[in-house]
Each structure stands twice: as C-alpha cells, then as structure tokens.
Write a new protein. Sequence first.
Length: 506
Amino acid sequence: MAIEKNTIGMVNKCKLGVEQISAECSVNLDEQVSKLLSYCVYPIVENIEVLMGEVNVVGKLAVKLVYMTTENQILCRDTTCDFSSKYSNNSIDPSNKVNVCSKLIDANAVVLSENNIKITSVIELQYTLIKQEDLSVLCGGDETLCLSSTEMKVTSLACCENQDFEEEINVQLKEKFEKIISVDSDIIIKDTLQGVNFVSITGEIITKIMLLSDSETGKITTLTNNETFKRELEATGVNQESQIDISLQVRKDLMKYEVVEQDGASILKLNIPSKVEIYAYDQSYVSCTEDIYSLTNNIEIVTESFKRLNFGELEYFESKIEGSLTLSETQPRVDKILAISSPYVLSTNSYIKEGEVFVEGVAYTNVIYLNDEEMTTNSIQVEVPFTISEKTSNKEGCEIEVNQIIDDVDVIVKRGRELYFDAKIKANVKCYTEETDAVITDIAIGEDLPERDCAIEIYFGKEGDKLWDIAKSLNISLDVLKEQNVTAPDILENNTNLTIYYQKNK
C-alpha cells in the first residue's frame, strides 16, 4: 500500500516570554549642577543574535537630562549608555527569527556630586518568536486507498526587513531666543499600504523644543511641531495581498539638529533617524487529505495539529486624557510654570471587549516651575494613569500590540498647589490571532479486512447521510457506490435504500 506526501511551509508567531533587566550609567558633566529638573530614558534595541537555545540582545539607553547649574543656567545633556541581556529558551534555534520589543518600566536619577548624575533604570524586554516550519501532509495513494481532498489555508513568511531611514524637518523659530535647551521627537504610524516589493507608511512626527528666551528673567519657551511624513520602503517578497506587521522607532541617540539663519528667520534643521521593522505574511491554499480509508485493510489515521496566523488591519486612533496632582506641603508652591519637559507614555495593558479596544497606561511629564517666595526654580513629575478606548474590527482574544505617543500636553496650576494635566494620546493597534487546525499526515496499516459473505447488500440510508461516509462504512469506493446508485445525490435528501453488488472474491 503506497501513500504520497507533500511538504508545506507555514509560519508561527508566538510570545516567548518577558524579562526585566536593570541598567545603570553615570553621566559626568562639565558644569556644576545645583538641581536636576527633569530626566527621561528611552531604551533602543540595536542588535539581536539568535543562537541555539538563547538570544543575545545589545542596546542603548538614550538619556535626556535637564538641569540647573550653580550659575543658574538651565542646560540639557543628551547621552547614551549600553545595556545587554542573554535570554534562554529551549525552543529557539538559529533558523528562527526573534523580535525583541523594549519598554521602560522605571527610571531614577540622582545627583551624586556637583558634576555627576547617576541614572538607574528597569527595562522590559518582550521576546516574540517567528518560526517557519515544514509540515508533511498526506496527499495521495495507490488504488487501494480512497481519499477525500480539501483546500487548506496556510500562512507563510514572505518578507522580513530591518531598515533605517531619516526624515529631515525644518521648523521656523518665530520668537527670539538665546539658545536651544532641548529637542526631542516621537513618531507614530497612521496607515500602511503594500504593493509589489514595497511597503508605504504614513504617519506623524511630533517634535518638542525647549528654548531659553531670556537668561536674565529665566524665561523659557516651549514649542511643538507636528509633521506628516510618507515613506515608501523596499520590501522584496511583498505583494498587494500580503498581511503587514510593521513597527517604527526614532533613534533618539542619533538625532541631530542645527539652527541656521534664512531670509532673516531662524530655522531649526532636524535630522530624525528611525528604525523600521517589516514582517510580511502571505496566505495561500494547498490541497491536502481531509479523510481516507482503505479497501483492503483496517487503517489508523495519524493527524497533527498546527496553528494558522491571521492578522488584522493596523488601526489608528486619538483620545484625550486628563488628571491632576496636589503638591505636598513640603514642596515649594507653583507661582509660574516655565516649561513642560520630556513627556512620555507607557502602555501597561490592552484588551478587546464588546467591539472596543481598551488601552491602559501611564502618562508622565516633568513640570519646571518658579517659586516666587524662595526665588527658586523647581520641578515635579506629573504621573497620570489612563484608560482609553476605540471601536475595533478585531475580535476578543487576539494578541494586541500597541504603539503610542503623547501630544498637546498642557499643565495649569490653581492656588499654587493643584496641577491639572491634559493631553492627547495617539496610538496604533495591531492584532493577530492563531487558529488551531489539524491535518492528516500519515496512516498506520492494520489487519486485512475480512472477506465478504454476501454478493449483494441493501443499505438503508437516512436523510442527510453523505455518500462518502456510506462508502467508507462499507469499504467500497465512492465511484462504485455512485455507479450502482446513479440517482443518489452526494447528500441524501430523503431516506433512501442503496443497493451494493460485491465481487465474488470479496
């Protein structure tokens, strides 16, 4: 008894696990520090090495410090420090692709001496395995086997691209200023479009600029620039029907800017490098055996389960958030807000319920302010938990990946001790599901079927019975059953008696 098999390729995507690592760095400054006003830490994964049973990750922390010197100057220092991790998991081998997403969980900065600041942070690394697998399926056999075939949908990896690109932005600085204190940019994808060997992404870059307007009065001006971008990226293997999974991150450690004078105006020229990861998946149909039986032997069907990936469309939405903070009696009251520094947002949870996607997180911003009584410049971090939601076409139970940035941040003060915060969250949501299915991969051949003791048999078919199931139960071919009962449909519409004539030797 001969059988035929076919090998089909399919891809799985699954979360390997999450780990938290600690990173520490020390920043030496040229100036003497009297007070740290704000700090922010951005983790960036630079390199991923996949080995047998482990993944080595190397990255950088982009650190932004805003501080006051002993000469009452407000300055900013951008610096970086390295981090690394070795993650072990027995299911990893070098043929796999592993995606590592980094997220800041906690950070703390302490002034150790007049010109040294120590930053400690906790980073969460989430590991996702993209694994291409081959599955051997039964697809044919000799004349002693009867097979019922079907078309099975499978998902395969069409493209995996890691690219860097740069956006150049010009911002006109209309107000007079003495110097730029800090510049920071964030990026969000709003839509994607794919074609033959390319992916087009559109989105928004939000840049926050802090300027020193007047050193004598300590006046600070903050500007926000919103810029739409569109970029077409080469992606070999992608087609119009591909399902796209894409992520984008600003390389804050490589950002550059300069101020030039042009037609009597000051222009801030920004160079914003970004890292993009593109995964594209194709779905196709392959022929495989749905059911099988033998005309000569008892057989046992061997099946194997597999998971089929399905991706939802990227969904973009915006939502307002708000919160408040009351200063303690030990903190200097707020008489004037000078600047809102380094706002950022962390996602803590996401889920889908009753047709809506819910995103939970915490928004952070540092408020730099004046206290008239003590004639001091102070700062405080505002922390606002939030939950936002939007209608979605994705289903409950899917795996959700959220990217979000914060915009339109505003803080006002009442009675010197109550701070009111409002902002806009801009988020995109990607979802994928895994459907479990099974396919016949082999058969185990048992004993010969017993010889028949009759030459003719009447089968009492019932309404709804399938001719395939009847032929299988009688161990005859479907073609023979149809030839001997030419008026019988594939699915019986009424109770029907079927007549079967057997050969003398069986």
